[in-house]
Design a protein around this ligand. Structure first.
Ligand code: AMP
Ligand code: ZN
Length: 113
């Protein structure tokens, strides 16, 4: 499948990998919108939040917990950060493989849109 994040999960596409386990992979965003911009993605191809089922509840929790750990590890947890998951066209999702954005290291404005 021609999915860039599946390519990163398998190592076919290079990335600045920060964390990996059976369920998720975390790497630096190629076009960072903040001094720290990390993506956390499931290792299985799930195209968007709309594909999530009740059985995926713990996977979503794991994405968030891994992101919190990374914010601590990278040293910006105390100052604060933002997590965002874009879904679909109007949600601004460009890559059709579920991913959580973790942004930190600067003052983020309060606008969500
Ligand atoms: P979204 O608009 O929520 O789909 O976000 C997609 C994000 O993936 C953007 O912030 C891109 O900069 C990022 N991105 C796309 N391709 C890559 C890649 N090969 N490695 C790292 N980040 C990527
Ligand atoms: Zn994929």
């Amino acid at each position: 499948m021609d999915c860039p994040f599946c390519g990163i999960v398998t190592g076919r596409i290079p990335s600045k990998l920060l964390y990996q386990d059976d369920l998720v992979v975390a790497f630096r965003d190629i076009s960072p919108q903040a001094p720290h911009h990390i993506l956390v993605v499931p290792t299985t191809h799930i195209s968007s939040l709309n594909e999530m089922k009740a059985k995926d509840e713990s996977l979503i929790g794991h994405l968030v917990v891994v992101a919190i750990d990374l914010a601590r590890r990278e040293g910006f947890a105390e100052n604060g950060y933002r997590m965002a998951i874009n879904c679909g066209r109007e949600g601004g999702q460009a890559v059709p493989h579920l991913h959580l954005h973790l942004l930190g290291g600067r003052q983020l404005n309060s606008s969500l849109g």
